[in-house]
Design a protein around this ligand. Sequence first.
Ligand SMILES: NC(=O)c1ccc[n+]([C@@H]2O[C@H](COP(=O)([O-])OP(=O)(O)OC[C@H]3O[C@@H](n4cnc5c(N)ncnc54)[C@H](O)[C@@H]3O)[C@@H](O)[C@H]2O)c1
Ligand SMILES: O=C(O)C(=O)C[C@@H](O)[C@H](O)[C@H](O)COP(=O)(O)O
Ligand SMILES: [Zn+2]
Length: 354
Amino acid sequence: MEKITVKLPDVSYDICIANGLLCQADKLLCQVTASKKVVIVTDETVDGLYGERLVMNLTAAGFQVAKFIIPPGETSKSLAMLEKLYSSFLEAKLTRSDLVIAFGGGVVGDLTGFAAATYLRGIAYVQIPTTLLAQIDSSVGGKTAINLPQGKNLVGAFYQPAVVLIDPELLRSLPQRTLRDGMAETIKYGAIADWNLFEQLVDCRSREEFLSQADRVIAACCRIKRDVVEEDEKDIGRRMILNFGHSIGHAIEQVYRYQTYTHGEAVAIGMAKITERSEMLGLSQPGTAARLREALIGQGLPIETEGWDRTALFNAMTLDKKNATDGLQLVVLRALGQADVIRIRLNDVADAFL
Ligand SMILES: NC(=O)c1ccc[n+]([C@@H]2O[C@H](COP(=O)([O-])OP(=O)(O)OC[C@H]3O[C@@H](n4cnc5c(N)ncnc54)[C@H](O)[C@@H]3O)[C@@H](O)[C@H]2O)c1
Ligand SMILES: O=C(O)C(=O)C[C@@H](O)[C@H](O)[C@H](O)COP(=O)(O)O
Ligand SMILES: [Zn+2]
């Protein structure tokens, strides 16, 4: 088992990665909690595939398990679902010494993490991510959130998990589109920190080839994220590079009401667009945009939307959490593997970047 430790001023926790790890969840949970009471939060799809396996593992070890199952998809990251989740915690009589498990993709992880951060002012939670995107990105670093009707991730907290348990074998059941979403964030890591990661590990010829080395890809991405988060847990400086492609990407998700583009697809389009523009402005090394586009297309990801409503996208971008009173902070690539954050006046954003 590979163990990557995230060391922060207030907490430290391990990211554990191994094929078949789900069957050892009981032992690993016993290392982070003395309680035997847990609520598993999952979605219908993950529950159907793996719910029984996790519940059996935990009950056999003496855990008292309750389960809360949400409909799959971004619309579950809502205030209404959060309220239902709190009710399920109350029904299970969860106390501050008990445990919540986020068992699913980024939607389950973000919603459950935020519920855990706020229920009784904070209850421990564990991430057991089941999508590539969640295994390499959303389960690590403690960003938790729900969406508001006005915009993406507008209510949330920084709240770190007690442990992250990653079983890459769970990825074998992912639909190709969902696997690609994870590829988009993997390409993001390559683009901001280590282009060799993409060239050597991600640029595989087949799904099978990728899945056979998924544990190495996941570990490489988690190490990059660990380093960035350790340097800037609260997203006031360097951590913003993890938002490469997201200023435009989140705006696309919002404008299309989460119906047309997944998070990974929107981020792919956002990365392609901002890099095309930053290269035109002389901010990126020539050739950066073309190579990035090639990588995204090679993985079957989109690089543009059908139609481009600049006004709607601009309005959505004004809600970006990286905004400051005098402008927007945007992540650009100086070259492949090298990201930077630039500040740009709000009035100039649409002309320069949209
Ligand atoms: N907190 C963070 O740092 C962070 C980072 C990146 C993304 N996110 C958020 O994550 C969300 C996207 O996450 P996602 O891409 O995992 O989407 P998701 O959680 O919606 O999962 C995608 C689909 O895959 C299904 N699924 C999950 N695991 C499966 C498995 N093993 N086999 C088969 N199907 C499976 C789900 O049921 C769902 O239908 C967005 O809301 C995004 O904003 C958060
Ligand atoms: O962990 C981070 O920091 C990230 O920015 C990771 C992103 O991939 C992720 O989508 C995150 O939720 C976006 O954060 P937000 O602060 O823009 O909502
Ligand atoms: Zn993201």
